[in-house]
Design a protein around this ligand. Structure first.
Ligand code: 5GP
Ligand code: MN
Length: 351
């Protein structure tokens, strides 16, 4: 039996919408990751099993190849490719589930139609400080992932039996990817109770790991070698590391979306490193990824210097300017927002 984390009144409100409505849209954040796609498709399969035939998942832009094996991905509507169709679905929806994000700006161009829609908006999310654009707000930052919340929501609605193997595969993928394969934000014992239940539904967790993490191209592996050897700068005094990648370098390695996934985590495997930042030049901005260990809140760093946010130990943002200026901003930030100033640092380093 799982602890009742989501408040009963929220469950009842969501349950009523699910029972009474026929037309559902599920939206998730820009550059969807494993949890965004996993939670959305988990809920999509559930609603479909429930007997709802008008259920659409809409994402702002495309998502990485390594998530495309997931059951249901072919039915996902990519707003960038089909804006008119997506807007029509949003206009007609009775309920819009907002998964794995908590502020309209995180869904980019989808924000205007979603906020303007007549539908009841239901947020299911685990990021800090939700904006008030949904009438039902399930916001639980202590959860490992939005996928875990979708599992809990389905169970609490009394519908565990309707959770199919396909839904279980998607939910597991979201939980696995949002916790670095259960290496961070994953100390709650109930996570493993849930995994047990998902395995009973027939998922092969080892196969899922391989489908997500062991399907890279040769070029991706060479790019990985290159950035670690040539582009990683250590800041030992601050227990920090920075990796940068320009568009020119990415092109040299035939970069495709998703190839730089996980690079940001690697410097944390170096002893005494508690903060890692990755700057990647994209079309018209620099994408910033940040990771930390312990109490150092990289989401605050992201918010202060890179117009972003996220979780305490995993966050992101963007920088509009040159790579050189982005690096300067990071270095300036590191002096002001120094990991040495955080009391629990000694727990995570050895002197
Ligand atoms: P990633 O580095 O994998 O892109 O992002 C890690 C986490 O940071 C995401 O799960 C998301 O919560 C958050 N995040 C990423 N980019 C942004 C951003 O531009 N703004 C905000 N507020 N959060 C972000
Ligand atoms: Mn998430």
């Amino acid at each position: 039996m799982l602890t009742k984390i989501i408040r009963e009144e929220q469950i009842q409100k969501a349950k009523k919408q699910v029972e009474e409505c026929d037309n559902f849209v599920i939206v998730t954040h820009l550059s969807p990751d494993g949890d965004a796609i996993g939670s959305s498709l988990g809920l999509y399969h559930f609603l479909t099993e429930y007997g709802k035939d008008q259920v659409s998942v809409i994402v702002p832009n495309d998502f990485p190849e390594f998530l495309k094996w997931m059951p249901g991905t072919k039915d996902i509507v990519i707003y960038e490719k089909y804006p008119d169709f997506a807007e029509q679905l949003i206009r007609e929806a009775e309920v819009i589930f907002c998964l794995d994000f908590n502020a309209p700006k995180r869904i980019a161009a989808l924000a205007a139609p979603v906020v303007a829609a007549d539908a009841v908006r239901i947020m299911v999310d685990h990021h800090l400080e939700p904006d008030g654009f949904c009438s039902i707000v399930m916001s639980y930052p202590e959860m490992s992932s939005t996928s875990e919340m979708v599992f809990r929501l389905i169970c609490r609605m009394g519908q565990f039996d309707l959770l199919s193997k396909e839904a279980a595969e998607c939910i597991y993928t979201g939980m696995m990817t949002d916790t670095g394969s259960f290496t961070y934000h994953s100390n709650e014992p109930e996570i493993y109770v849930i995994i047990g239940e998902l395995i009973k539904k027939g998922i092969d967790k080892d196969a899922i790991y391989r489908k997500v993490y062991q399907v890279y191209s040769e070029w991706r592996l060479r790019l990985f070698g290159y950035v670690l050897y040539e582009k990683m700068k250590m800041y030992p005094e601050q227990h920090a590391a920075l990796i940068t990648l320009t568009r020119k370098e990415a092109a040299r390695f035939n970069y495709v979306s998703g190839d730089a996934e996980n690079f940001v985590n690697q410097p944390l495997s170096i002893k005494n490193t508690v903060f890692s930042v990755f700057l990647r030049e994209d079309k018209d901005y620099i994408k910033v990824s940040l990771r930390s260990v312990g109490d150092f809140p990289c989401n605050q760093f992201a918010g202060t210097y890179f117009n972003g946010g996220g979780h305490k130990n995993a966050s992101g943002g963007e920088f509009h300017g040159t790579m050189k200026d982005a690096i300067d901003t990071f270095e300036k930030g590191l002096m002001q927002f120094n990991p040495n100033n955080f009391e629990d640092l000694n727990k995570h380093i050895e002197i």
